[in-house]
Design a protein around this ligand. Sequence first.
Ligand SMILES: [Zn+2]
Ligand SMILES: [Zn+2]
Length: 445
Amino acid sequence: MTRRRPLELRARLAALESSGVWLRPRQEMIHRIKGTQDLLPGQIEKWQFLEQKARDLFARYGYSEIRTPIFEETELFSRSIGTETDIVQKEMYTFIDKGEKSLTLRPEGTAPVVRACIENNLFAGSGATKLFYMGPMFRYERPQKGRFRQFYQIGAEVLGSDSPDVDAEVIEMLVQFLQEVEILSYQVQINSIGCHQCRPQYLAALREKIAGILPRLCGDCNRRAATNPLRVLDCKVEEDQPYINTLPSTVDSLCEVCRDHFLAVRKALEKQEIRYQINSRLVRGLDYYEKTTFEITSDHLGAQNALVGGGRYDGLSQCIGGPEVCGFGFALGQERFVLALPEKDYSGGRLQIYLAPLGPECSEYAVALAARLRRQGVPTFLEFESRSLKAQLRQADRLGIPFALIFGLDELQRKEIQCRNMRTGSQTAISSDIESLLGWIRTRE
Ligand SMILES: [Zn+2]
Ligand SMILES: [Zn+2]
């Protein structure tokens, strides 16, 4: 039965074709959505490089990968990120599905990971759970350089430990990551924004001070002053800066627990010889953070200069209905990392051999030879159409393939193949048996 199906399908397609259904008028071109991008060959190698480096490094620190769905119940994000944040108010891709449920394309990765841990009982064992993820996130933001509405993050979470050593180890791992991808110019900035014990008093003091300077501040600050005063510290408007600098800082208002924690993080970083700055205005945009927040910035990137950001979120699990579990994590923006990477060749595993059969009578042999080479692990390119030798060599050059194997009927009768070094143009005849060819190829690797 199953073997007959393709034939039936082909017959139906042929019938459609002869009926003229395929002869449609020229249609208007459909374009990609604003704020999205196609990642093309030539660019994608940098992305793969980053992902591979991250997988290797995170594994060395004991992290396992987790993949959560791209959409979740809207409430997962509104409850955890905070209903008064810009993300929830303005930037989420939220829609009602056919089951009348409000769903949202994930704007960030932490809440889904914590949700998945609760649901799959990953907290059950003792000790910390270390997870990393990578993939697309979605926010309806104004597109600008290095910022997209579908953007890609690599992130990691450590769940189940409130030790300041967790905070320091994550930051140390990220500094190591930057070394390994050769981004050598960066600054580590840290802050503590207090906890549910000490933040209410701080916020009260902050509100009072903001009220005194409110007429001097920008529209965003005025809006945030009422709903999310911590975010006023985040304002980037230049005229606001002298006034915002007079506001009380979170680090001066910490309770004893938070102060000790922050001090221990700093000491641990210093022991690892990691240079950092304390940035008391580093509050991050999401409600679930408490105690440590951090960012790693780079001068390469202009105003949008944060490469990585993260922090501690000890209350997040409970906020979405889970047990009391501490957490610390980060997310890095792949678009910005790609911009900051040094310019060099990121293409690994490139094509090595170009097969140039001379004439259609050699094509059967060429197909078999390509298959044998590929099975032996040799990346091999073979054209589908029969072309002149000149055209084939030009194509090999264009693809940057270092060696071409050239053969016509004459060569095959003599059981020979011409092996050409594309860079020097020199050519040698090699016996056409696979062992000799592989030997020749491997001495050139
Ligand atoms: Zn505190
Ligand atoms: Zn402002």
